[in-house]
Design a protein around this ligand. Sequence first.
Ligand code: ADP
Length: 597
Amino acid sequence: MLGIHRWRSIRWKFIFIYFLLVFIAMVIAGVFILQQLESYHLNTVREDLIDFQNSIASVFEEYDDFTGYEDEIQSNIETHLKGVQQEIFIIDNHFNIIASNNENLLNRNASDILDVDLLRDGFIGEMSEKDIMKEGQIPTKNMAFPIIKSDMVKGMIYLRADLTDIYEALDESKLIFLRAIVLALFVTIILGFLIARSITVPINDVTEKAENMAKGDFSQEVNVKSDDEIGRLAEMFNYLRGKLDHTLSEISNEKSKLETILKYMADGLIAVDTNGSIIHANPAAKQMFFITENEINNKPYDEIIGKYSEKLLLSEIQNKSKNWEGEINFEYQNSTFLARYAPFKEENGDHIGSVMIIQDITERQKIENMQREFVANVSHELKTPLTSIKSYTETLLEGALYDMEVAKQFLSVVESEADRMSRLVKDLLQLSRLENKREKWNKAESNLIEVLKGAVIKMQINAKGKQQYLNCLFKNEEIKVFIDKDSIEQVILNILSNAIKYTHESGRIDIDAIKTEYEARIIIKDNGIGIPEEDLPRLFERFYRVDKARSRALGGTGLGLSIAKQIMKEHGGDVEIHSKEGKGTTVNIVFPLTRND
Ligand code: ADP
């Protein structure tokens, strides 16, 4: 009965109320009808008695006095009124019953037998009546009519009717009513039961379905078709169920969306409640702090996270900002992290915990540092030639201009410094174009040997200037590669010029080109000064030079290898450097043979 006590259910309340209503109605109707019946019957008897009195009264009005006529009157009554149901008593003014159709009571004193009140009323000339119903006696209706002659009461007609039949009939009627009440109540109970059922069954259905819904089953549909209040209740229930189902599925969609975001976001996310327990940690956070699910369930936040940095302890965070909002930078195992935290609140605004997003900003910081370094480098690289140009022009202006020889010498220095600046700016612009992917490529299938030969010829003069020998070893006439000829030539020129620059006079530079199944290689090998091992990994950084002064003196910008590397990467290839300090350097320029555009 769904937790409701049997007798408190609507069904029983219904039956009880029906029962009570029918019972009260029946009792009221019964009492009313019985009373009406009784008064009707008594009235009939009364009217019969009055009619009867009227029919016989004239007989007694003939006598002036009853004395002496008693027997005559009695015999008259006997002959005419034998068999009449009502009892008739003729009483003289001495209270004697002088005649009656009940012979047993003849000549008796009326006040002993009949009702004294009626007798008294009769003798003062008033007609009166009385119903006498005494325990153990026959119920009777009594009526006394005075017999008046010349304004004198000379006697009285006293009529008495037996009411037994009437009261027996009334008793019978009462019984019939009682039976009717019982039957009606029985029918009421059955009908009440059926009517209550028609209400309680759908209500129970709705309640049962609501209970199932509370347990999480939303497939419930109430099946009530009536178009009354209960039908409407069922309809609203179904509507509510649909709405709830829809809302819950929306919430669960949102939840799964959020879970997916949390799962795949690169930043770590940790949610902590006000008790200091971790409520949630996404996979990235678990990976960053090496946290296991078991730890989350068993250890407080401070114990798990506090060991990475004291700044992350909840007490520290709270000290730092009262409203639980802010940022913390911390270092752990050569990595830099940035933790941002914010409170999360209940609907009523109560603070129930904090969410922390942790980012590994090592790379970002590295890039920022590189950018700073780059700006410093560029400024420095530009400052040197500018200082030198300025000091030479000043000297010229101060008078050196008039010494032709000195002036020429100074101006050539100014020119070479200006050249260096323009080279630097040109290289920087190219590097920036390469890095921002703005370089326009004119790639086509070309013969690498041809490009290489061209570059060698261009560098021949420089080599000759240092009595170096450019030893071309390659025999192939053709290696087909898909390249932008100009930029590849620039790569070869950069590498070759390095080989020439960093190889002493009369040195030797071997140049070869080979082709394997997957790649083509240009190998430029010198027997120059070589590169210390610790500098090798940084050679391709912008402005990185093993010996700054030497590089500068040789007109280098420190950008040649960076540019060469970028160009080769754009071609899907690479630049590799092997070197031994004091022995020489070998540079490999690698080209893929599969087309890469
Ligand atoms: P630079 O303009 O200074 O030559 P690069 O980027 O071309 O700049 O080269 C970077 C540095 O690498 C040079 O300063 C030099 O110290 C070193 N280097 C490059 N090639 C050679 C080589 N063949 N032999 C020795 N050192 C080299």
